[in-house]
Write a protein that binds this ligand. Structure first.
Ligand SMILES: Nc1ncnc2c1ncn2[C@@H]1O[C@H](COP(=O)(O)OP(=O)(O)O)[C@@H](O)[C@H]1O
Ligand SMILES: [Mg+2]
Length: 225
């Protein structure tokens, strides 16, 4: 058994008097692909937003390695650099693919040549070198997702959370995108959360599956591959 990356205890999230998530105890090992599955409205995105530090849960404890989220009431800024999320409908800036991917590097003061080098390597990893000079806003769903992942990876996260990654992707393209995710996993050796209502997709590429129904974990199991 590897080291635990996230540990959750007695987590509850309430929206407008409705309990959306209610998780007694859950842990995720590092450097694995974890699928979060469940029907629409089961709380998958809410859980991702919580793990991705975009949403503070109403109650509960979460640890990232040994560090507790929101320990002294504040936002764990240090963790923000380690955990990154790509949304179902990612928003690309009105500029080239290259500049979209370089954005996080620029704000982190990487030099021009370092940026170029990194952008080239992430475009290559995502198989989209040919899109480098295209406008980000003119791409297909699958291309947009790949650019969004390249942009997320550019900051060297330890955790990548993908919410319904293939929902807006052409059916013929889904297997290709799944292959790209596996390449990212192998080459970057990071932890990936793959949120999907497609249980077949989960069993194709994930190491563990956590199934939610009405905000509760009804199954949390390992897959053998
Ligand atoms: N910002 C919000 N305000 C109120 N209710 C919300 C909000 N976001 C999600 N919900 C509700 O929480 C439940 C779980 O939503 P979500 O986490 O998006 O599920 P999933 O991603 O599995 O489809 C749904 O019933 C949804 O309507
Ligand atoms: Mg969702």
């Amino acid at each position: 058994m590897g080291k635990y990356l996230f540990k959750i205890e007695d987590l509850t999230h309430i929206y407008e008097d409705r309990t959306i998530l209610n998780i007694f105890s859950l842990a995720f090992e590092e450097k694995k692909i974890h699928a979060i599955t469940g029907p629409n409205g089961s709380g998958k995105t809410t859980l991702c937003n919580i793990l991705g530090l975009l949403l503070k849960p109403t109650f509960g404890k979460i640890w990232y390695q040994e560090e507790m989220f929101y320990e002294n009431g504040g936002l764990p800024e240090r963790l923000r650099k380690k955990i990154t999320m790509v949304h179902q409908n990612p928003f690309l800036f009105h500029t080239t693919v290259e500049k979209n991917v370089a954005y996080g590097l620029k704000v982190r003061n990487y030099s021009h040549s370092q940026r170029n080098q990194k952008v080239a390597s992430f475009l290559k990893l995502m198989g989209i070198e040919h899109l480098r000079h295209q406008q980000g806003t003119r791409l297909s769903g699958g291309e947009t997702q790949r650019v969004a992942v390249a942009r997320a990876l550019a900051i060297d996260p330890e955790v990548l959370i993908l919410d319904e990654f293939t929902a807006n992707v052409d059916r013929n393209y889904v297997k290709i995108i799944e292959g790209v995710i596996q390449d990212v996993f192998r080459q970057k050796n990071i932890t990936i959360f793959l949120v999907t209502h497609d249980e077949n997709q989960a069993s194709r590429i994930a190491h563990t599956v956590t199934h939610l129904i009405d905000g509760e974990v009804v199954d949390h199991s390992s897959l053998s591959h």
